[in-house]
Design a protein around this ligand. Structure first.
Ligand code: F6P
Length: 362
């Protein structure tokens, strides 16, 4: 390793990205006296002429509590499948060789890629083409298998829990059913944990196809006990036993990434037919990704940033930092992206929710 590393943040933003950047810069510059380049807007910043800036101790001062990412991010710009217009038609091309050439021109020798599944897959592809890469996992969905938890997740759970607390009083005052749609494409962690913390009555997650009849029965049962309101938390990837995922935009319509959204309204429509109650839908959307990270996420993200630099010093490339138990360790990026971390329908957390009287869709 010479003395210049580059860092980028890719995919959806999440609270704690700036804490990683700061951790990387503080240890790379402060401990090793290396130079750090920040690539702008994820892999988009490596396409065409590289868009980058120097990250110094001064430039990361004050960013620890800030949400988002000072480097910008993007879900687009996959160099292995990049849309190029040829004779008026859009084709997906592999432009990774050009990206690597551009990267090397910048003087950087190593890349730290901070991102979720999509970003880490691209990072692995570049590693296989010879680029020394370190991965740092992020996603509010907490759906990466190789780490016990991703930073950003706990902040999202705190935001949703606060929203549920607030929705209780208005639901109760108006005797309404509030259907609250939260993020979680494949994994229902946010819905399940915030639902337990925020005292939801029904929680619907992608891992457990839901029964409309059983949701209505649970709400009616509460009404029978004199509880004339209910809170239903639904993850955006939840599906009815007899239905399909609710998709806002297909992958073809949205640069290769399927956009979910709208399941809250679908659930409201499905239960309206059977319930003589007023129903309102709240979609928390990107609120869950915005704002300042919790202390837990600041600490985890800082530990990940410092560990990433340590791995570079040890020349352990193709590795991703991860939390296992109480320790930050490193695992192969290739193994980290091979499987998702999903809620176990037969696991302790779902059983706890059910023992608390929460209906989890089945
Ligand atoms: O993967 C994180 C996530 O927040 C998902 O839960 C959600 O489906 C997606 O990002 C939304 O992405 P976008 O910012 O492109 O709308």
């Amino acid at each position: 390793m010479g003395n210049t590393l580059a860092i980028l943040t890719g995919g959806g933003d999440c609270p704690g990205l700036n804490a990683v950047i700061r951790g990387v810069v503080r240890s790379a510059v402060g401990l090793h006296n290396w130079r750090v380049l920040g690539i702008e807007d994820g892999f988009e910043g490596l396409i065409g002429k590289i868009r980058r800036r120097d990250l110094t101790l001064d430039s990361v001062s004050g960013i620890l509590p800030r949400g988002g990412t000072i480097l910008g991010t993007s879900n687009r710009g996959n160099p292995f499948s990049y849309p190029v217009t040829v004779n008026g038609k859009v084709e997906l091309q592999d432009i990774s060789d050009r990206v690597l050439q551009e990267f090397h021109k910048s003087g950087a020798e190593v890349l730290i890629a901070v991102g979720g599944d999509g970003t880490l897959k691209i990072a692995q592809g570049l590693y296989e083409k010879g680029l020394p890469v370190i991965g740092v996992p992020k996603t509010i969905d907490n759906d990466l298998r190789a780490t016990d938890v991703t930073f950003g997740y706990r902040t999202a759970v705190a935001i949703v829990t606060e929203a549920l607390d607030r929705l209780h009083s208005t639901a109760e005052s108006h005797h309404r059913v509030m259907v609250v749609e939260v993020m979680g494409r494949d994994a229902g962690w946010i819905a399940l944990e915030s639902g337990i913390a925020g005292s939801a009555d029904v929680i619907l997650i992608p891992e457990i196809p839901y029964s409309v009849d059983r949701i209505c029965a649970a709400i009616e049962q509460r009404r029978g006990r004199g509880l004339r309101f209910s809170i239903v938390v639904v993850a955006e990837g939840a599906v009815a036993a007899e239905g399909n995922k609710v998709v806002l935009q297909t992958a073809a319509e949205n640069f290769g990434v399927e956009r979910l959204g709208g399941v809250g309204h679908a659930v409201a429509q499905q239960i309206t037919a059977q319930l003589d109650m007023e129903i309102r839908v709240v979609i928390l959307g990107h609120l869950q990704r915005g704002g300042s990270p919790t202390p837990y996420d600041r600490i985890l993200a800082s530990r990940f940033g410092v560990k990433a630099v340590e791995l570079i010093a040890q020349k352990k490339f193709g590795r991703m930092v991860a939390l296992r138990g109480r320790k930050v360790v490193d695992v192969e990026i290739a193994s980290a992206i091979s499987q998702l971390n999903l809620v176990d329908p037969a696991g302790e957390l779902v059983a706890t929710a059910e023992s608390l009287g929460i209906m989890v869709g089945r």
